[in-house]
Ligand binder design. Structure first.
Ligand code: ARG
Length: 384
């Protein structure tokens, strides 16, 4: 491990060369791909000036070097540069994460993504439409907003683009943007919600896609809860049913997108959307919780993904499958510690998130994130 020489790093902060063995978890970290990005990094609290002298001298001009600033002990009084909340442990890539998969010849590559999110300004649990929702439990909207801001800023730090759709009062579940639509090749099939509480959300998505230059936009005829139940996995769409989206909607989506839809039946009410039971990590890798699926769907998943990561009961219950991957970084609930190690062993870089407030409504990382996939000729105008 190369820790900083030359210069006086802040107590409890170390700069590591990311291609040397490093700690498995710390109380906060940040990774840069090159000295140049390290210099540009918007690390307000510890500041690039403080970090730079700590970068090992021989690596400063190495364009391939990657660096991590790591808090090796809880930074007392330190507030996250993301959300201003006190820091909580953040899992980050270390040597295993960067090279572990390469032992099997796998090199994980991130691709830049484009997401649509809705700030939880009016978040609350006012009704119960899934087993996680208990309207009697208190909710704290400011905490939900801070946790959501953390996620949004993380996406930006990872280099992704994030659009925002304005939340509406009286729609407390609107933060779960994944449910708003499915977007593939610049075509947007907008949701038709099962529960009346969420039905008015569809109009906001229809308007947003039309105003942002998506030409093939319409609302689904059948009950269809968007990316909550549709996950693009390479050449196919995996589609859930059983609690929300209808099986008829699967055929409708196949017609709309002109790509094969593989129907999967969910059987455990706690995992009521496909994105609570399965996450797509890259074109041909998924992780899932077998017990959430019917016997036939389980066989189908084993056939399609013999090398899949499978989740334990505890990791599934921690909502660990509600994850967002860019091909390399996988953002998932931090309590899913088993999945975090499995991902690391497979060469991914897991990043733990604390979205405990949103979990009270039965949602987490993926639920808050709708991926916008532009087509060759159609797609969004430049983001604001
Ligand atoms: N309370 C919301 C509902 O039950 C949570 C939606 C979570 N979204 C998701 N993509 N799984 O509809």
């Amino acid at each position: 491990m190369a820790s900083g020489g030359g210069g006086a790093p802040l107590a409890g902060v170390r700069v590591l060369l990311a291609d040397r063995p490093g700690p498995v978890a710390s109380y906060g970290c940040h990774t840069w791909d090159s000295p140049a990005t390290a210099i540009r990094a918007r690390h307000r609290r510890i500041g690039p000036r403080t970090l730079l002298p700590a970068i090992p001298r021989d690596a400063r001009h190495d364009p391939n070097a990657r660096f991590q600033a790591v808090w090796t002990k809880p930074p007392t009084g330190h507030r996250s540069h993301f959300c201003g909340q006190p820091c909580h442990p953040v899992w980050h890539g270390d040597r295993t994460a960067l090279t572990g998969g390469m032992e099997d010849g796998v090199r994980r590559t991130a691709t830049r993504r484009h997401y649509l999110m809705v700030r939880p300004t009016y978040f609350d649990v006012e009704y119960s439409i899934n087993p996680w929702m208990d309207p009697k439990k208190p909710t704290f909207t400011e905490v939900a907003v801070a946790q959501w801001e953390w996620l949004r800023n993380l996406y930006l730090e990872l280099g992704h683009r994030v659009e925002q759709l304005q939340p509406r009062s009286g729609l407390p579940d609107m933060v779960f943007a994944a449910n708003g639509a499915t977007v593939v090749n610049g075509q947007a099939l907008v949701a038709r919600f099962r529960h009346t509480h969420r039905c008015p959300e569809s109009a906001a998505y229809l308007r947003w896609f039309r105003e942002h230059g998506y030409r093939n936009v319409r609302q689904a005829r059948w009950i269809n809860e968007g990316e909550g139940d549709y996950l693009l996995a390479g050449p196919r769409l995996l589609a859930g049913s059983g609690f929300r989206t209808n099986t008829e909607a699967h055929l409708e989506s196949q017609e709309f997108f002109g790509m094969p839809v593989v129907g999967l039946t969910l059987v455990d009410p706690r995992y009521y959307h496909l994105d609570t039971a399965l996450a797509v990590l890259d074109h041909d890798t998924v992780m899932y919780y077998p017990k959430a699926f019917s016997a036939g769907s389980r066989r189908l998943l084993e056939e399609l993904y013999p090398d899949a990561i499978t989740a334990s009961d505890d990791d599934a219950a921690a909502f660990g499958l509600n994850a967002v991957s860019d091909g390399r970084h996988v953002v998932l609930p931090q309590a899913a510690t088993g999945l975090i190690s499995q991902l690391r062993e497979r060469g991914f870089e897991p990043i733990g998130a604390d979205l405990s407030e949103l979990l009270k409504a039965g949602g987490s990382v993926k639920c808050c994130t709708l991926e916008l996939r532009a087509g060759q000729t159609e797609g969004p105008r430049r983001g604001r």
